[in-house]
Design a protein around this ligand. Sequence first.
Ligand SMILES: [Zn+2]
Length: 252
Amino acid sequence: MKGTLLRSEGVVLRYVNYGEADRIVSVFTAPWGITKGFARSARSSRKRFGAALEPFTQALFYWRQGRGELWTLQEADLMTSRSGLRSDLDRLALAGYGVELVELLAADAADHQRIYQLLCSYLDYLEAGGDHAVARLLFELRLVYLLGYIPHLLHCSECLKIFANEPVRFDSRRGGSLCRDCAGANDLEVGLGSIGSLARSLRISHQQFEGFRLGATTIRDGHMLLSQVLRQILPREPNSLKFLARLGARES
Ligand SMILES: [Zn+2]
């Protein structure tokens, strides 16, 4: 395979500048997931890459496979730069959070294609001015699902009892939802309606963000529950989360 020119669609997660003129770019590609490319002269000559190496940009990338993990990025044909994400600080922060979650969690994921589609749909929805809380909740929930970490929702993780009109507790370390008998004193309390809405939203295409209405309680419960799941599976706290929290504090 060495030396063969490979082509893939991808989204830029981030880059670091290298030396005087080069750049190392992390791209999430549909066929291979996270792929790192050495882009020679990316900064000194914009002819080959143009604006295609900026975060959130979607492009067709041409690669030469190297010996190690770092491939050579030969060329890129821009598909969309999503520059609209940069016109609003909250949107930009959420987009940054999305790509960082993918980078931290999806390195060994099996389902690259669907994670790629999810990331593109999430960024498109944010750029189009979609609801921020809905975007974040659906993105986190679907990513967790596609990675195989979705907790038990509609029944108790311990005794498997199906919930009916009762308060639900939640502890991701014990598998998810818990009934009152199985729950511990400190477990989160979440509404059965919220749990039902989250479960229902998983039956809809992972690429659909437009047209979702999630109530304030579902947003609040979903946020609590997913924060717990993500804390458990993330290797470290995402840097973008601190930025998001600062923006949230600014609003309140
Ligand atoms: Zn139980």
